[in-house]
Design a protein around this ligand. Structure first.
Ligand code: NAP
Length: 239
């Protein structure tokens, strides 16, 4: 039997999540966008106790608080709102519900972040190397640099790399998303790069998280549950 699901944000990502939801055992029972989000209620959720939220940086914190108030467990892919994470965390804890969030729900990007963190720990031992981070996305993307590039920079620092690290971002056309981290010395250049082929990898990752979140309590970053998803033999996130 399919699990009822609510989609909050019916743009590029929300539409793709809806299209792929049946493959993950979900039936989309409620859809919210700018027009009807004010009418979010137990009735309009139409039996959905799990939601997937892909909206906009300014909208996500309030949406997450309101979904938590109805006891809805939510997977949030919206980026650019993490300054509000402490307040959202408190709301989710106070209401005994659950949230999984990530700047990037692609399995490959999360493995890439791990790879970069491990590389940074190695380069941290060799001060002749300086680092850069770069990303490119489609021109409609609202935040820059991307949440993923900020996360990569955070992990590089957390791994103990204290040298120069400059970040840059481009916006053009329909680009689905490329992230690159490089280390450069007088002798050579090492480049690590992830290129998304389509948005489907993000949508599958969000749906895997939505399956996982049932019965859970607390706030989790997708990365924290990734190994568990891998071990459970979850379907491939490849498009
Ligand atoms: N974590 C990941 O893996 C991942 C992957 C891709 C994208 N993203 C992020 O996800 C977000 C959405 O991306 P997208 O490509 O789907 O953008 P999009 O095509 O612009 O869709 C966003 C949708 O949210 C709607 N919306 C705005 N405010 C809302 C509100 N208060 N309540 C409900 N709906 C609202 C928008 O409506 P209007 O068009 O009427 O404004 C639009 O339909 C962005 O932050 C993006 O960076 C994350």
């Amino acid at each position: 039997m399919s699990t009822p699901l609510a989609i909050v944000g019916t743009g590029k990502m929300g539409s793709l999540v809806e299209q792929l939801a049946p493959e993950h055992g979900f039936e989309v029972r409620a859809r919210f966008d700018v027009e009807n989000i004010a009418a979010l209620s137990r009735e309009s959720l139409n039996g959905a106790a799990i939601a997937i939220e892909f909206t906009a940086p300014a909208a996500a914190p309030e949406n997450l608080r309101r979904l938590a108030a109805f006891g809805v467990r939510t997977v949030c892919g919206t980026t650019g709102w993490y300054d509000h994470l402490p307040q959202v965390r408190n709301a989710v804890a106070a209401l005994d519900t659950a949230l999984v969030y990530a700047p990037n729900f692609s399995i490959g990007v999360n493995l890439f972040i791990e790879t970069v963190a491990r590389a940074a720990a190695l380069f941290a031992q060799h001060p002749e190397y300086e680092a850069w981070g770069w990303e490119i996305h489609h021109s409609a993307k609202k935040d820059a640099p991307s949440g993923t590039l900020k996360k990569l920079a955070e992990e590089i620092r957390a791994a103990g790399y204290t040298g120069l690290l400059t970040l840059s971002a481009n916006r053009a056309g329909a680009h689905t998303g490329t992230h690159e981290i490089g280390f450069d010395s007088p002798a050579d250049t090492i480049t690590l790069r992830h290129t998304a082929r389509s948005r489907e990898g993000f949508a599958h990752g969000a749906l895997l998280a939505a399956r996982w979140i049932a019965g859970k309590k607390g706030v989790f970053e997708f990365r924290e549950i990734l190994n568990e998803l891998g071990r459970s033999g979850a379907p491939s996130a490849a498009p």
